[in-house]
Design a protein around this ligand. Structure first.
Ligand code: GLP
Length: 240
């Protein structure tokens, strides 16, 4: 696991965008694993700028997003599908049919999970997975628990996550209590993983990535078992 500590959020977003750009240069038909949340927004803005400047091309890219609230309609402005369209897909030359987000309207979430993992495998696996991290160490919506789940599945959100995400809703009562998320193995099968974290409130979660323990009480610590992970964080997050 490598760590790149950047002066601030802007620099962090630059570094992350450079890695995605390099990936698309090396393999124009890359399979990208994408994340929502406030953290990757700066990176997405840079990728949009690079695409508009003709520096990177998304025309052959396929993408799979980590997670989606459940149940939620795709056109709800709180859905992660809506977020991705607004923050990236509508502004770059990606074929929207090549973008997949877990279906928050699936009548059978178990089946949705199975077909999601099968689609990732059929595409050849994720080349580059972008991750944020919850302040409790969750990745995707794999929340701290005694047992973690391998494949894409429906899950309950913890109270901590509901509180953290309530800042984006009118009230905490509007925050969905469930989600469909890629599982731990769905994530760990990716060939390369870049985890982004900024700000003091991620310090404790990120600190646990830098010692030599693995624990289901911080799911992100399982990234230590992966041979190709880069953490990009800002000084505030690193120093606490
Ligand atoms: C959300 C998402 C995660 C995201 C994390 C951090 O609940 N499920 O995929 O990485 O929490 O979000 P933020 O970047 O807004 O801090």
């Amino acid at each position: 696991m490598r760590i790149i500590v950047c002066k601030d959020y802007e620099k962090m977003s630059d570094e992350a965008a450079k890695i995605v750009a390099a990936q698309l240069t090396l393999k124009p038909d890359s399979i990208l694993g994408l994340a929502t949340g406030s953290t990757p927004i700066g990176m997405y803005q840079r990728l949009i700028d690079m695409n508009k400047a003709g520096e990177i091309d998304f025309s052959k890219v396929k993408s799979f997003n980590l997670d989606e609230y459940y149940p939620i309609k795709a056109d709800n402005n709180q859905s992660y599908r809506y977020f991705m369209n607004e923050n990236l897909f509508n502004h770059v030359n990606i074929d929207i049919n090549n973008t997949r987000v877990p279906n928050g309207e699936a009548s059978d979430p178990v089946e949705e999970g199975k077909s999601y993992d099968a689609a990732i495998d059929a595409a050849g696996g994720i080349d580059l997975q972008i991750l944020g991290i919850g302040r409790n160490g969750h990745i995707g919506f794999n929340e701290p628990d005694e047992n973690l789940i391998m494949g894409t599945h429906r899950t309950m959100l913890t109270q901590d996550t509901i509180e953290a995400n309530s800042r984006l809703f009118n009230s905490i009562d509007e925050v969905p209590t469930q989600a469909i998320t890629m599982g731990m193995v769905s994530i760990l099968k990716s060939k390369m993983i870049v985890l982004l974290a900024n700000g003091k409130n991620k310090h404790e979660a990120v600190k646990k990535l830098l010692d030599d323990t693995i624990t289901t009480s911080n799911p992100a610590t399982f990234l230590k078992t992966h041979p190709n992970v880069v953490i990009i964080c800002d000084e505030e997050c690193y120093n606490g």
